[in-house]
Unconditional design. Structure first.
Lengths: 324, 666, 148
């Protein structure tokens, strides 16, 4: 598939449709991938990579790139197209400056996920109809793809490209995913258990800001956490409270805008399941205010900016948990 | 660094009895930034204010905290005082240590501690306060009146009298409204058209008033002082400027079977018509639903007979745009269709009529020339039954009934009874009522005259059924007399239904355009039911007449005058002072995401593409939010929606509120 | 239930009140001399929709044990729609706090009109009682306690 992508990208540059291509750049190792803008054909042919490790959602980079002179081509997986649409809704991307090539996706893995299964010294990996064939220094290993996919891919919400200029491969449909199962499990816990669960998770946070920096919804001109005027600026938290406030505020800020792309959890060096915070909001507003999928269409009104006079629930419906 | 003065009020013993005011003043001295503190018996008194003013001058204060009663009581007092000595009024904050401290807590120590906390929070806020200046917006000195009935006409005349231009937009071909259709008015029985037609002429002749008849307002944008309305001038197919109102076309028009709405559809008119002799403007209108030329392409007689050459079959709807400073809503009322009340046989017999139809039958300008006859056979009715509250005061609204009292029915029914008896003394009249409601000057006397002098039978009770008898042609009325507790049967010649009054069907659309609120019954709501009865909650929009609720003519005229006075009060100003505590975006932080625009209840936020000089000296077009300070009311909904925190509220900024929170949590 | 080590412990309560209804309701409680605990301290905001979840977290961060939000009854907002926004925002925020295992009774939204002085007092009494029973707010502060 990589070859096909490169061929198309080169073609678009040659026929003048675009002057740059946003894609993934080869690193030292096969799993060592960096999002990158290619403006040179030779560079593209040599260093563009597309493989089972290309998880990065590229739409966020278009906030800056679509501002620049000339059109840019971008490769978007189905879930990335939702982020793209959402950013268009928020007028963050200049749609006319982007040429979208939708590409199919059967789930992505990562070196960390493979290592967890005891597969290291990876040289290459190929998904062969649901089986990942990994070439390692110690020889070839095979493992079902489902076992080494990121959680966001296991509970993939959609194989549909909600926006594209052209497709390479097939377009799929919205899936009946089980992405809220984990949220439900947490909800079923007692308040004490939930508290302990999240304390266990959030206590690992080293506040590297990677979750924010990769998030397609966190493209603010200036983040409130960097802004002294917001009153909550903190780069490194002064105390424990500020730390957890960071996560609550961040989840709240992206509520109604988060497309559940799962990038936050992918990049977290401490493997904190941050997407479970976002999914809680998504689950809540879907249940309380009707179905809403951020990014499904351009121009949608988020349930966070909307209300119904008669039907909206009172805040007291949140169970009086507390004092167990 | 701020230099803050703290002034602690005893409020006699109201505060001092529970709060140790001296301790509060002493504690204030220890708060960083506070350079002066004092306590005083009555801070709001002349002497107290003088203390504040003198201290501001002598101590060169930059901010003031007054620990006293609720800001709702005296915030303005102290802001004015500060302002009089050159301090920005928004540098004054109140710590509410009376209503929210001394009056609700009994323990002196706890109350004193809390008062100190409240003082510290107010100081923390003043520390961050910035001087605010309310902006101003110019006022367009022209008013729009929607509706050309007696309410609209009176409002327009009063506004014009003060020297301002007024436009009346009326959807019918003539102004005059429902009042022009009435025969006589209660309780004086003077002729309605004798008083309303001169009013219409006065409107037409007033050079400050411009009438857009046969027109509708289709769009209103803008805000108080600066509305822009789009008026649709419906195609009349007759050039208003050329038409002399001679009426030749209406005489020659061969299509004469059009139900005459002016006569409540009881008579017929031609397809080209002038609603009535005194119509204003007195120009013909072609009804495109019936005109043979417009429907079939034939005829064309009117065009041939018109000497002025005013007929224009090619006319199209025109749209004009005009700017206004204020808008008066005078959309009036309609009567409900009593057809749903099948028991009264309104749809079964032409001799069952509504009061407004009865009014036309009584009128000398009506379909019978004022000769009261049964619509079915043209015979004079000898027995008439009036049924009150048809659809009024009814909880069950499935038939279109209304929970409210329509207010004018009791009086006009008494009027109908008296007038009928005056003209035809041998007529037997019975009125079925729930209650007779006659509050008003000379109203009860009038009703008593009907009963005592004219011998009108008033029966407290309901009518169960009206059955038209095809053989006798009579209407068999079966009712109950609740006082005598017996059944009543009357063979009536006519039945008159006092159908409920409801807001004009066009009112909802007008309300939506103006973002003016309506109550559950579709009447326009007032800004305050008691204190601001002719103002809509939407600034710059005023109400009068039945649009606001059922009322009679003198009340309507009074309300129209009041609305006009409010309009004049607005239009005499050259500019309006805005709310100073408005939302304000930091353009550099604005993402241009439009979320704030979606939550603003006033439409105060718009987005513009603006050029910015970037730090690297390049220029960049960025989409940023802009707040119209004349429209923003300062609720703050946008500030919470803004993901980047670019939107903040002046006077209640994020950092100010958080400083208060911090101080109170200390 | 957490046990209060200190019998005399008093909670810190921040009450955000909208200027038009609830703040006036609180004033009316004062005018009628209806008493409620002195732990309740009111922050005046123009409308309940001005209350940013940040403010609530900030209050907790600075040691508040309970935060209550008071606005006009739905349908009565001075700004016609503000409290509808508040209703959604706070429902979702509270749900999130609950999800994190923080006692959701520490936060509350109550609609109090300018005429409801007595209701304001009842609401505050019940809220203070709830918070007193819950004891000092530890969980929110502890949410990121490193493993000891």
């Amino acid at each position: 598939m990589q070859g096909e992508l490169i061929k198309r990208a080169v073609g678009l540059m040659e026929n003048g449709t675009v002057n740059r291509v946003l894609g993934w750049r080869r690193g030292e190792f096969v799993y060592d991938i960096t999002p990158s803008v290619f403006s040179d054909k030779d560079d593209l042919e040599k260093n563009f990579v597309y493989n089972e490790f290309c998880g990065n959602n590229l739409s966020r980079y278009l906030v800056q790139e679509s501002e620049k002179e000339g059109k840019i081509a971008v490769f978007l997986k189905p879930c990335d197209t939702y982020s793209f649409n959402q950013l268009c809704t928020e007028h963050r991307i200049k749609r006319d400056n982007v040429y979208i090539i939708g590409i199919e996706c059967y789930g992505k893995t990562s070196a960390d996920l493979l290592r967890e299964k005891g597969i290291s010294a990876i040289l290459d990996a190929k998904n062969n109809n649901g089986t990942l064939i990994v070439e390692t220094v110690y020889g070839e290993k095979q493992i079902p793809m489902m076992d080494v996919m990121a959680e966001r891919c296991v509970s993939c919400k959609s194989k549909k490209h909600v926006i594209y200029d052209e497709l390479i491969g097939e377009d799929g449909g919205v899936l009946d995913s089980h992405r809220f199962d984990q949220v439900e499990e947490i909800e079923k816990m007692t308040a004490e258990e939930r508290f302990n669960f999240w304390r266990g998770e959030l206590s690992r946070c080293i506040r590297c800001n990677a979750c924010r920096d990769v998030c397609p919804a966190c493209t603010c001109e200036k983040c409130v956490f960097d802004n002294p005027k917001s009153g909550i600026r903190n780069k490194g938290a002064a105390d424990d409270f500020e730390e957890n406030m960071y996560h609550i505020i961040r989840a709240y800020h992206v509520a109604g805008r988060c497309t559940d792309c799962g990038e936050c959890s992918r990049v977290c060096p401490e493997h904190i399941p941050l997407h479970l915070l976002n999914r809680k909001f998504i689950k809540d507003y879907n249940e309380l205010y009707g179905p809403f999928m951020a990014g499904a269409e351009i121009g949608q009104v988020s349930p966070m900016c909307d209300f119904t006079k008669e039907k909206d629930a009172e805040p007291s419906i949140v169970q009086k948990g507390g004092a167990e | 660094m701020q230099r803050i003065g703290v002034f602690v009020c005893h409020c006699g013993s109201n505060i001092a009895a529970t709060v140790d005011v001296e301790a509060v003043a002493a504690a204030a001295k220890k708060v960083p930034g506070v350079v002066f503190s004092a306590d005083y018996m009555y801070m709001c008194s002349e002497a107290g204010q003088a203390l504040v003013k003198d201290t501001i001058k002598n101590e060169k204060l930059t901010g003031v905290v007054v620990c006293s009663c609720s800001p709702h009581m005296h915030e303005n007092t102290f802001r004015k005082a500060a302002s009089s000595v050159g301090m920005n009024p928004y540098m004054v904050e109140i710590a509410n240590i009376r209503e929210q401290c001394s009056w609700v807590h009994k323990d002196r120590e706890l109350a004193t501690q809390k008062a100190i906390g409240l003082m510290q929070a107010a100081v923390a806020k003043v520390q961050l306060n910035a001087p605010l200046t309310a902006g101003t917006t110019p006022v367009t000195k022209r008013a729009l009146v929607i509706g050309g009935g007696i309410a609209g006409m009176q409002a327009a005349l009063d506004i014009a009298e003060a020297g301002f231009d007024v436009d009346i937009v009326e959807q019918k071909p003539t102004i005059g409204g429902k009042m022009a259709q009435l025969d006589k008015t209660f309780p004086t029985l003077d002729c309605a058209s004798c008083i309303v037609t001169p009013k219409m002429v006065e409107v037409a002749q007033n050079e400050k008033v411009h009438i857009y008849s046969y027109s509708e307002v289709t769009d209103v944008r803008g805000f108080v002082g600066n509305f822009t309305a789009t008026i649709k001038r419906k195609a009349r197919y007759v050039d208003e400027k050329k038409c002399t109102g001679c009426g030749l076309c209406t005489e020659k028009c061969p299509m004469r079977k059009v139900p005459d709405e002016w006569n409540m559809n009881m008579g017929k008119r031609s397809a080209v018509y002038i609603p009535f002799a005194q119509a204003i403007p007195k120009v013909a209108t072609i009804d495109p639903r019936y005109c043979l030329h417009l429907t079939k392409g034939t005829c064309g007689i009117c065009s041939r007979v018109c000497e002025a050459g005013a007929i224009n079959y090619q006319a199209k709807d025109e749209f004009i745009e005009e700017k206004y400073g204020a808008i008066v809503v005078a959309t009036g009322y309609e009567m409900i269709d009593p057809g749903a009340y099948d028991e009264y046989a309104y749809t079964q017999s032409p001799d069952v009529v509504t009061s407004l139809e009865y009014e036309r039958l009584m009128s000398a300008a009506g379909p019978t020339g004022g000769h009261l006859v049964r619509p079915s056979d043209g015979k004079e009715p000898k027995k008439i039954v009036f049924i009150q509250c048809v659809g009024s005061r009814e909880e069950d609204s499935c038939k279109g009934g209304k929970p409210y009292c329509s207010k004018v029915c009791c009086m006009y029914t008494a009027k109908h009874a008296i007038l009928t008896k005056d003209h035809y003394p041998d007529t037997d009249i019975t009125v079925f009522y729930i209650d007779v409601r006659t509050p008003g000057k000379l109203f009860d006397e009038f009703y008593r005259r009907a009963v005592e002098q004219y011998g009108v039978h008033y029966i407290k009770g309901a009518v169960g059924k009206v059955v038209p008898n095809p053989v006798t042609g009579k209407l068999e009325v079966q009712g109950a007399d609740l006082i005598l507790n017996e059944q009543v049967h009357i063979d009536a010649d006519m039945v008159v239904l006092a159908a409920a009054i409801e807001p004009s069907r066009s009112a909802r659309q007008v309300a939506t355009m103006l973002t003016a609120s309506m109550d559950t019954n579709g009447f326009f709501t007032e800004a305050h039911a008691k204190l601001r009865p002719v103002e809509s909650p939407t600034a710059g929009v005023f109400l009068c007449g039945m649009a606001q609720g059922p009322k009679d003519i003198p009340e309507t005229v009074g309300q129209a005058g009041a609305a006009a006075a409010k309009v004049i009060g607005l239009l005499v100003k050259n500019e309006l002072t805005n709310n100073a505590c408005v939302a304000h975006p930091d353009e550099w932080m604005c993402n241009g995401c439009s979320q704030c625009e979606k939550v603003c209840p006033y439409g105060a936020i718009t987005y513009v593409e603006k050029e910015f000089k970037m730090p690297d000296r390049t220029k960049k077009m960025r989409r940023v939010a802009q707040v119209n300070e004349a429209v923003c009311q300062g609720c703050g909904a946008c500030t919470v929606t803004c993901p980047s925190g670019a939107m903040d509220l002046k006077g209640f900024s994020n950092s100010e509120i958080m400083a208060e929170v911090d101080a109170l949590c200390r | 239930m957490q046990v209060n080590e200190n019998e005399n412990w008093k909670p810190k309560i921040i009450a955000f009140c909208c200027n038009w209804c609830s703040y006036s309701g609180a004033d009316l409680a004062g005018t009628n001399r209806l008493s409620y605990p002195a732990e309740v301290k009111i922050v005046r905001v123009p409308c309940s929709c001005r209350i940013n979840p940040m403010f609530i977290l900030r209050a907790f961060g600075r040691g508040a044990d309970g935060v209550i939000i008071c606005g006009c009854h739905p349908g009565d907002c001075h700004y016609s729609e503000g409290n509808y926004h508040t209703r959604r925002r706070m429902t979702l925020l509270f749900s999130m706090l609950n999800y994190l295992g923080v006692e959701s009774a520490r936060t509350r939204v109550e609609w109090v009109s300018a005429a409801e002085g007595q209701r304001f007092v009842n609401v505050m009494n019940s809220f203070v009682q709830d918070i007193t029973e819950l004891g000092p707010n530890r969980r929110l502060e502890d949410l990121r306690c490193r493993e000891n």
